[in-house]
Every structure is written in structure tokens, then in C-alpha cells.
Unconditional design. Sequence first.
Length: 217
Amino acid sequence: MTLAPGCPRCTAPLVGGAASGAQEESWSCSEHGAGPLLWRPPAAAYDAFVAHLDRSAGFPTYLPWPMSPGWSITDFGVVTDEAGSPCATVTTCVGTSDLDGVVEVSVVSEEPGTGLGRRVAGTAYDDPGDEVGVGRPAVRVRIGTHPAALWPVSTSATDVEFDRSVLAGEAEGRWLWVVLRPASAALLLRDDWILADVGRFGPQLVEMPFGGSPPAW
């Protein structure tokens, strides 16, 4: 299964496009022009995830780990720059909780200015902003053996339904975004949460569950 190109900042269609190796250099967003491309599968599946990990090699792809029973990966993507090098990744998984019913969790790791986190979180700016690093963090998740502090990011300027919670911080010199729907699902985040870079996994990948409706972003 192949990965299809799109704009990391919006859902506007691409124009042009002629395959020329790892990067389709002639693709251009009708809204933002030429630039980095977001590669996503038409449906979440193991073969497409292998293609994702190949294209994102050397860049982390984070998932909450271990995944709880009944949860599945519904979407993923990697942003590549004009040279074909990865500069952002995203994963989305869906499951249920006793308090919130169906819960959707998206995790973005990106270089500053990429804009993928903004799209997934539905915020006004490409980067999280001045809220990150001010005061005590809301939570500290673990990435490997290292804690990653996350602060709430306001969506009041763009979110009329208040249907999500957005937290952001820094991990390995990149922005780290965690977006949860519904907004009340933020209560699921605890200091013992683990985000694993699944690009470093081996045979465990075969056992990862895929399927379900992709997110609206």
C-alpha cells in the first residue's frame, strides 16, 4: 500500500505532481504553494506503516505504549522536506475509556515551523507558542528513560466546539504535541504515560492493531 502526498498545513488539494524518486518535487499545495509534503495512507494498515517507517527513517514516530486492549492505530503520516528528508511525524490511535467513551489520541513530533502540529491541533500558529515552558507543566510523559514535560495549549481562538485538549512540549530538540478528543480525555494523561518510538521496534510491529476511521484533521 502506497502513501499519498498532501499538505502538512491544510486539507487543500495538491496540484501538479510527477513521481521523481523519493520526493514528488512538482507537487504544490493550492493554498500554501510548494513546500514539504505530508505522506499518509488511504487506510491504516501494516504494509502502509512499513512504508511510513521507511520514509521516516531516522525521525521518531511516537505512540502511547503499551497500547491498551481494544485500541487501534487509525492514521499516521510523515512530512518530508524538498530534499525528501523527514521533518515531522504523526500517529493517531482510538480506543475507549470508562469516563469518556470513544477517545482519540494524536501525537506529533516535528521540527519548528513545519505546521503539522498546528493542523492536527487546530491552533492558530505553526509552533505551540509562549504557553509552553511557563509555570508547572500539566504532565510529564516518558520517552524511553527521559521525561518530557507538556503544557496546555489554548485553542480558544480557533475551537468553537471545545472538543479537544492540546498539550505541547519539547522532546529531542523538536516540538511534541499531544491532542486528545474529547477535551475531557486530557484527564487520562498521567506522569506514568509512555510514548515509544515505534520505529525502533522489531517483530512487535506485526502485532500492532490497525483499522478504524481516520481523524477529521
